[in-house]
Design a protein around this ligand. Structure first.
Ligand SMILES: [Fe+2]
Ligand SMILES: [Fe+2]
Length: 258
């Protein structure tokens, strides 16, 4: 990456300042109207709202749990490790927020029944394997490429955009506020991931893997995310990587992916 491209990314110090804006309290979000209106939605949209909320319930719980080994693996740089610890605090808040949202609109469904197999595999199989790897011998860049690059930078953004569109269309104010608060935090988490990647020697290999695997990852939402939303997220990833001087990409190189 060129020096000018690198300077576009915030420093760890700047990211810690953003993180210090303060934790928010999911308990202050009023979900009363959402609870009342969810049953009146057209069946197709009701299935999608619940499916997306179920996805975030599963995913935010998983990322909160599996971020824990990242900070110790980054302790060669105190600023980097401090950012990852600050991110962990955000993820714990997100897990609480998505549990509250689910309690309001999920009815008695098992959330795992409402998300596609490919989505469950990403968060309940691949992410735990990578988190176990980063505590062992997997390069931190590979773990960050999956966690911050692919899951937060592609899968989450697509699902959040899809759920926010539905929440606004059907006037679900608590759902919209929950997603907006989470999105605000996820923006600095994605920037942190790019900052870490560009500081590590595996940057080119890992970003090529990220670029190559993004289409399949966003498709893990299945019909819950419209094709236009998925395409827009992939285009945004492409732009983000190009602005940072990454690519052009051909095929994903071999590496210690798990
Ligand atoms: Fe999160
Ligand atoms: Fe996050």
């Amino acid at each position: 990456m060129s020096t000018s491209a690198r300077s576009r990314l915030p420093t760890y110090e700047r990211l810690l300042t953003i993180a210090a804006r303060g934790p928010w309290d999911p308990g202050t979000i009023d979900l009363t109207a959402d609870r009342e209106r969810i049953t009146d939605l057209p069946v197709g949209d009701r299935v999608r709202v619940r499916g997306l909320a179920a996805g975030f319930l599963v995913a935010e719980d998983a990322v909160a749990e599996h971020l824990v080994p990242f900070a110790p693996a980054a302790d060669d740089d105190p600023g980097r490790a401090a950012c990852l610890r600050a991110q962990s605090r955000d993820e714990d808040v997100h897990a609480v927020a998505t549990r509250r949202l689910w309690a309001a609109i999920g009815d008695d469904h098992d959330p795992l029944d409402l998300v596609p197999d490919a989505f469950r595999a990403l968060f309940l199989e691949r992410l735990p394997a990578v988190a176990a790897g980063v505590a062992d011998d997997l390069p931190l860049a590979d773990a960050v490429g999956l966690y911050h690059g692919l899951l937060e930078g592609v899968v989450f953004i697509a699902g959040q955009d899809a759920l926010l569109d539905l929440a606004l269309e059907h006037e679900l104010p608590g759902t919209a506020e929950t997603i907006r608060r989470i999105q605000k935090d996820e923006r600095w988490h994605v920037s942190l991931g790019m900052r870490i990647l560009c500081d590590l020697p595996d940057e080119d290999r890992v970003t090529a893997v990220l670029h190559a695997t993004a289409p399949a990852a966003v498709a893990a939402w299945g019909d819950l995310v419209p094709a236009a939303t998925a395409d827009a997220v992939l285009d945004a990833l492409d732009r983000r990587l190009r602005i940072l001087g990454m690519g052009p990409f051909t095929a994903a190189p071999a590496g210690p992916a798990r």
